[in-house]
Design a protein around this ligand. Structure first.
Ligand code: ARG
Length: 468
């Protein structure tokens, strides 16, 4: 057991207490960030004349060597330390002696861990955004290629009106676009540096907090030292945004599972993204979609867990907050995996155009358009609705679609029908007449695809410029 705070204690820590209290088992994930933050801290200490140039050089050299040794597998991060901060400091002191003991001047583990976690989250937001961007590009390509592929649109999982595959995919594109923008928002809001807050009340050393913040790529220092060590809002926001990403992926997964069923056969999953059954040789199961749907629960769980952890703790730092890590790490890794796997599944999936189109032809998806046709001939909409309702009943009885009826049969139901009804309710007309922006008609859809291409290009430009 190696602790930073032995001085005040005479007795040994109970072994169970030590294990319960320790966080090295999971915060070793923050090793890189801990070293990065410490280097910025000592560079600032030297600039402010708090440590000498030689001390700063020795510390930076020592930390850089420790990082290299860990990366190359020459130095293991072991459980004999309480947390990652203790590990780095102890290893530094072991290597460079007294200069190493000055690294923690004007710093507390409270602002240190707040910084490490922010540095980690910042990097992960960029990674998550990248993966969301890739998924959005896959979707936009599918949209471009499927503007004239007709399919039924559903409400209550009942066929409602015809639409296109591009339009249906476009709905998900908009969801992921909002997810991407939410992540950018969170990044901007959280990008302030807590280092220098000390335990919670700042420090008596003349630290230059703005300088440390700029060295680490932050917008500036945080403005209240108590809030700096106690704030986990940015994690809660991130977990809420990630829960929303998972909710979107889960809905999409559910649709793919339905579309991949023997009854629908709208899509066929690639062999590489499906699994078989140990007993039923014919099975090709959509396990990836099911797992993405299933893993949504653990990401929601992380959000609820942290919200609950934070709800009753007084200012400023309390050890409860150590609980922010495992759930956040797990949720972030889960969403990263889900985004990559889902993108792979979507990009290799085959859409069965013929079956989709056939499905749109039956199920009376053109009933609204038939009513609109009557309205065009002067029938009030409410009456037209009633006439088409009776027409549908007749069709069900005869087991025919509306366009399969003869003009005589149609006229028996309403004398207003003319020969132009067939064209008016064809699948193509039903879709193509829907031309308001956001609708599936080809001109409207083409404009939306153009706007979204512009959005993705602008996003990529912005992203590469700021690294945010
Ligand atoms: N392991 C702690 C955490 O994750 C680091 C901060 C410890 N601070 C303290 N005062 N004990 O929150």
């Amino acid at each position: 057991m190696a602790q930073l705070w032995g001085g005040r204690f005479t007795g040994e820590t109970d072994a169970l207490v030590y294990r319960f209290n320790a966080s090295i088992g999971f915060d070793k994930k923050l090793f890189g960030q801990d070293v990065e933050g410490s280097i910025a801290h000592v560079v600032m200490l030297e600039k402010q004349g708090i440590i000498t140039c030689e001390e700063k050089d020795a510390i930076v050299k020592g930390l850089t060597q420790i990082r290299k040794d860990v990366e190359e597998g020459k130095l293991a991060i072991t459980d004999q330390y309480e947390d990652i901060h203790s590990f780095v400091e102890a290893e530094l002191i072991r290597r460079i002696g007294d200069a190493g003991k000055k690294m923690h001047t004007g710093r507390s583990r409270n602002d240190q861990v707040a910084l490490d976690m922010k540095l980690y989250v910042r990097g992960e937001i960029l990674e998550l955004s990248d993966r969301l961007l890739t998924l959005s590009e896959t979707l936009l390509t599918i949209m471009e290629e499927n503007q004239a592929v007709y399919m039924p649109g559903f409400t209550h999982l009942q066929k409602a009106q015809p639409t296109t595959l591009a339009h249906h995919m476009g709905a998900y594109f908009e969801m992921f676009k909002r997810d991407l923008l939410r992540l950018s928002d969170i990044y901007k809001r959280m990008n302030y540096c807590p280092l220098g807050a000390g335990a919670f009340a700042g420090t008596t050393y003349p630290l230059d907090r703005a300088y440390t913040a700029s060295l680490l790529g932050f917008e500036g220092p945080t403005l209240n030292s108590m809030d700096s060590v106690a704030d986990r809002d940015y994690l809660i926001e991130l977990l809420a945004a990630l829960s929303t990403v998972m909710m979107h992926l889960s809905r999409f997964s559910e649709e793919i599972i339905i579309w991949n069923s023997n009854e629908y056969r709208f899509v066929e999953l690639d062999d590489g993204f499906s699994t078989g059954s140990s007993i039923m040789p014919q099975k090709k199961n959509p396990d990836i979609a099911e797992l993405v749907r299933g893993k949504t629960g653990r990401v929601y769980g992380a959000l609820m867990s942290l919200l609950t952890t934070m709800k009753g703790i007084p200012l400023a730092y309390n050890k409860d907050m150590q609980e922010d890590k495992e759930v956040s790490f797990d949720a972030i890794e889960t969403v990263k995996d889900c985004l990559v796997l889902f993108n792979g599944m979507l990009g290799t999936m085959k859409f069965n155009h013929k079956i989709m189109e056939q499905s749109a032809m039956n199920g009376f998806t053109n009933a609204t358009d038939a009513a609109d046709y009557l309205v065009g001939k002067g029938v009030p909409f409410r009456d037209a609705h009633g006439i088409i309702g009776r027409l549908v009943l007749y069709c069900i009885d005869k087991d025919k679609s509306i366009d399969a009826l003869s003009l005589e049969e149609l006229k028996q139901i309403s004398p207003v029908f003319e020969a132009d009804i067939y064209d008016a309710i064809s699948l193509k007309t039903c879709v193509e007449k829907r031309l308001t922006i956001g609708a599936p008609g080809s001109a409207a859809m083409a404009e939306v695809i153009r706007l979204n291409r512009v959005f993705l290009d602008a996003y990529k430009n912005e992203h590469h410029k700021n690294g945010s």
